[in-house]
Design a protein around this ligand. Structure first.
Ligand code: ZN
Length: 216
């Protein structure tokens, strides 16, 4: 399958992408991963990207698109790909459209995971992370608590709430998402490729996506 996964932070894109890649061998591609991959691979494009990242600047769209172009032509993409967190803006969506045309790749669907704001807030504010950088086990105060004194069950280090997972930080991330990325929903709806899925159950979402792709 070739799909784009849209959805706010905390909508569960990562979980769903994992289920889909296990299902048919498609690869999950996120901007962060391909940038890190390009920098690690020490390619010419990676070197350019590293320069921006080291200066703390945003990697320009033109460079992201060049890296995306080479990534989409790697052999592991033959079975399909799931774009997770990309595109993020309308200009990126336009650039992606041109790129896919150039590569003669047709997108099957754009899936929007439509999860209510209170569910996302609850999911992310209850998350806790092991403070040991070599462990980073994820906990949840409701469904997977650490030890009663707040330690990691794997390595015994203190379990903390990440700064970007406080209610204040998440509210801000959701605002940024609504402002920059939510217009993409309208963009793909107009193109007729959007499938909106309102569910909070990953199994239900997974089955819904499979049925959507089968229906064509
Ligand atoms: Zn730990």
């Amino acid at each position: 399958m070739r799909i784009i996964l849209l959805g706010a932070p905390g909508a569960g894109k990562g979980t769903i992408a994992k289920m889909l890649t296990d299902y048919d061998g498609s690869v999950q591609i996120s901007t962060g991963d391909i940038l890190r991959g390009a920098v690690k691979g020490a390619t010419e494009l990676g070197e350019k990207a590293r320069g921006y990242m080291e200066r703390g600047e945003l990697v320009p769209d033109s460079l992201i698109m060049e890296i995306m172009e080479s990534r989409l032509q790697e052999p592991d993409c033959r079975k399909g790909f799931i774009l997770d967190g990309f595109p993020r803006t309308i200009p990126q969506a336009d650039a992606l459209k041109n790129l896919l045309q150039k590569l003669h790749l047709k997108l099957d669907r754009v899936i929007n995971l439509d999860v209510p704001r209170d569910v996302i807030l609850d999911r992310l504010t209850t998350r806790r992370t092991c403070s040991n950088p070599n462990c980073q086990e994820i906990y949840n105060v409701k469904s997977k608590p650490p030890t009663p004194d707040g330690k990691c069950k794997k390595c015994g280090s203190p379990v903390i709430q990440r700064a970007d997972e406080t209610e204040e930080a998440i509210t801000k991330r959701l605002e940024t998402y609504n402002e920059k990325t939510a217009p993409l929903i309208q963009y793909y709806r107009k193109e007729g490729s959007l499938k909106n899925i309102s569910s909070t159950s990953s199994d239900e979402i997974f089955n819904n996506i499979k049925a959507t792709l089968k229906a064509g």
